[in-house]
Design a protein around this ligand. Structure first.
Ligand code: AVI
Length: 331
């Protein structure tokens, strides 16, 4: 595909598999145990995540969709400089349901821009390169397959245009606050004065509402978390019995940290197969494995986060309930 900049696949995939194995083992050998939620998203996890986005209790997706569908023209004005060409870079584009409102509007109004979705999944980038020109005729797209900051560098190499970076869906919330701060600094480091970032963040709200979003009645979020154990069964020849683990989400309204754990329901030993041979991991009955943080912020905290990373807040957009925020930061 001419549109795509990519790292040679064989090498890439082998090292990704090794890293998955290494990270899982490190987490399971730690005390307390933890696993990294970025590994939730294999093909099965992607599909469960789509179910989450459609479930009644998971409000963040609909809130941000409302912001993008109701404020499309205002969002476009906020990121445009009259007449200037720019690159619209989306970190973790997914199927770009939300950003497609903005993309269609920009194409219709004749904006001079190239859409550059960045995703770690080669499948998603292939899909977008093929599909978007069909759903949004006239769009210029250059998909970038790789890690966010590596690909931001690539984007700067291939074009000198002003950059507008989208980081939506409250993905920033899946970093511990200190890491989120570091991430924003690093993002700022990849941008030049005049470039912009448009960040979507889930806000603090009624604790029942937050907790329910991560503890849906149908048990979709439970399956989403347990899928990481199943992924280890599939990819690392592990022998987790997922019925012996329970999903335990908590929300601390004071700190805004919503965290998911898996609890071992029995004393048990699991094994997994690595290059170095079979590894055994023991779990005590009642032991917790930390899986994911979905940090919630106040609007003031978001402004502060931008400021600490040397961004200036240009404009912020909220859904009608004030539950979610999309903020425009000027580098
Ligand atoms: C992708 N990310 C912003 C989601 C969130 O809300 O933290 C992932 C998720 N985990 C459980 N439900 C959704």
């Amino acid at each position: 595909n001419d549109n795509e900049i990519t790292i040679p696949k064989a090498l890439d995939e082998a090292s990704a598999d090794d890293l998955f194995c290494k990270n899982m083992l490190e987490g399971l050998r730690s005390n307390p145990k933890h696993l990294q939620s970025k590994y939730f998203y294999d093909a099965a996890g992607d599909s469960i995540f789509r179910e989450i986005m459609n479930c009644e209790e998971y409000y963040p997706f609909n809130c941000e969709l409302e912001i993008f569908s109701e404020n499309t023209a205002a969002l476009a004005r906020a990121i445009m400089v009259p007449g200037g060409a720019f690159d619209l870079i989306e970190l973790g584009a997914g199927d770009c349901t939300k950003s497609s409102y903005l993309l269609s509007h920009l194409v219709q109004t004749g904006a001079d821009f190239t859409y550059m979705p960045i995703d770690i999944s080669a499948n998603i980038i292939d899909y977008l390169n093929l599909q978007l020109p069909v759903t949004i005729p006239g769009i210029r797209i250059t998909g970038l397959n790789g890690e966010y900051f590596d690909m931001l560098e690539k984007a700067a190499e291939v074009s000198e245009n002003r950059k507008v970076v989208l980081f939506l869906g409250s993905n920033l919330g899946n970093m511990e606050p200190a890491n989120a701060e570091q991430f924003c600094r690093e993002l700022r480091g990849h941008l030049k004065p005049g470039d912009l970032a448009l960040i979507g963040i889930d806000l603090k709200k009624c604790p029942y509402t937050v907790l329910a979003a991560y503890n849906d009645k149908e048990g979709i979020t439970r399956r989403f978390n347990l899928n990481l154990l199943e992924r280890m069964n599939r990819e690392l020849e592990a022998d987790f019995e997922v019925a012996k683990f329970d999903h335990f989400p908590v929300y601390d309204p004071e700190t805004g940290a919503c965290k998911s754990y898996l609890i071992s329901m029995a004393d048990q030993v699991i094994t997994l197969n690595t290059k170095e041979g079979k590894q055994a991991i023991s779990f005590a009955k009642g032991e917790a494995v930390f899986m994911e943080i979905s940090q919630k912020y106040t609007a003031q905290q978001v402004n502060q986060l931008g400021k600490q990373a040397s961004f200036e807040t240009a404009e912020s957009f909220f859904d009608s309930r004030g539950w979610f925020m999309d903020t425009v930061w000027l580098a």
